[in-house]
Design a protein around this ligand. Sequence first.
Ligand SMILES: *[C@@H]1O[C@H](CO)[C@@H](O)[C@H](O)[C@H]1NC(C)=O
Ligand SMILES: *[C@@H]1O[C@H](CO)[C@@H](O)[C@H](O)[C@H]1NC(C)=O
Ligand SMILES: *[C@@H]1O[C@H](CO)[C@@H](O)[C@H](O)[C@H]1NC(C)=O
Ligand SMILES: *[C@@H]1O[C@H](CO)[C@@H](O)[C@H](O)[C@H]1NC(C)=O
Length: 480
Amino acid sequence: MTTLNSIKIHIISHHRFWLFVAFLWAQAIIISIARTPPLCFPDRSSPVSVRYVPIHSSNATSTAPAAPEPPPPQYTDDCPSGRVYAYDLPSSFNRDLVLPGCTDLDPWNWECGIVSNHGYGLAASELRRTLPGDLHKSWYHTNEFTLELLFHHRVLKHKCRTLDPELATAFYIPFYAGLAVGKHLWGNDTSAKDRHCEMMLRWVKSQNYWKVMNGSDHFMAIGRITWDFRRLTDPGKSWGSSFLNMPSMQKVIRFIIEKYPGDEMDFSVPYPTGFHPKTKHSLTEWQSFVRDYKRTALFSFIGTDRNWGGDDLRRLLMEHCRRESGSCRAVDCGVSDCARNYSVTLVALLESEFCLQPKRDSFTSRAVFECLVAGSVPVFFSKAAYEEQYEWFLPGEQESYSIFIEQEEVRKGKVAVKEVLKRYSKEEIQRKREKVIETIPKIIYSKPNAGIKSFKDAFDIALDGAMERIKEEKEWVDFL
Ligand SMILES: *[C@@H]1O[C@H](CO)[C@@H](O)[C@H](O)[C@H]1NC(C)=O
Ligand SMILES: *[C@@H]1O[C@H](CO)[C@@H](O)[C@H](O)[C@H]1NC(C)=O
Ligand SMILES: *[C@@H]1O[C@H](CO)[C@@H](O)[C@H](O)[C@H]1NC(C)=O
Ligand SMILES: *[C@@H]1O[C@H](CO)[C@@H](O)[C@H](O)[C@H]1NC(C)=O
């Protein structure tokens, strides 16, 4: 099954081969049609045109009845990969899962501050005093688990959204899996961790449009890391939900903030940061701002000291940073109010050429994206932080925008981070920073005002990618 899939995907990705096969196939069909009537050749156009009912036709029906309009073309210049249909799920699968009325940004209240402003969070007005001009207007206190709400909002507003499932290429399931499972993560009731997921799958599987391709034209967004949804493969078999191990989920595309590299249906998308420009102009203004910022420190380290173990790399880096206070900006969010005051972390990032990004609670982290948005060059200590993650968003060449230092070398005291970073010339740093700045639009979630759409952000890249993949899969199925 998996080999078949991989062969299929391999073939799909080779357009020339595909075209060639199509050519041979067309020849064969022409020859066979010429000889015999096409008895069992599927007629793909009929179901759509028969069932299509024009929506805004009150005028037409009263004056000229029984003139069926042809269906609109499936693929247009505006929507080259077709249209997306968003299920109207019962609110118990999304809206009811959001904690209302809680805006406290204390990181221990992980569910708070998610709902405000369609998931973007409240305006970070404290930056008014830190950032010049109107730059603060692009900043919000965005919860890092808010991806599910952001995607939902953006899909509903998308120009290629259709209200008619008959016209859809792809189906979006607005299930807030991270919020549903997060509430029970730290409890010992495993059935509670699966309950919403099972109920949602039962609901969606009862829909006619699921049955057509058993879910392989469906997608969703998940705002927690993949390891919170793979209980059957968890060594202790107690952490998280088994949502992503459920048979019905095996063909559904999920956008997730950290993926399992072994699962080809997991697609990692950037963590939401607090930066959400509304227009292309605000974006380019920010890019110039971070490019020209006078960086007075060589590097920065931002962490939350929660009794790090003796050999925790974060402890070593924090100690190193404090010792080198002439070159390093250290921010301990256990002491400073990083969550409520964006100035604390943003200024440290803006002021430094590099930012240290050791592994935190999982392989990837939001801190990397905050670093990039501030135009600081990230320093990785583990390849799992970027390899096979965010492939659609980050530059492919790790060296082009970042630094890699082997963590064991640091632990064993073989290298001092400052000495490594000092060796980079101004020109090399500038080249990397330019790459970082070029990457910013792809790793952020813009906050488009009605209708204004002038650059592709992380959401657009993700949606286009899913639609293109589903379109190709459908063409393949139709073709066979
Ligand atoms: C019918 O069409 C005319 C012109 O095309 C328009 O002015 C009118 O408002 C329409 N009426 C309805 C009920 O849609
Ligand atoms: C779950 O935790 C509660 C209290 O934390 C405990 O009383 C109960 O026995 C635990 N149940 C299981 C199945 O471990
Ligand atoms: C969907 O799954 C059912 C049951 O597993 C199977 O009978 C059916 O052929 C599948 N349909 C498609 C289009 O894969
Ligand atoms: C936020 O932090 C900055 C820099 O640390 C400080 O100057 C400012 O007073 C703080 N603002 C608020 C509202 O606490």
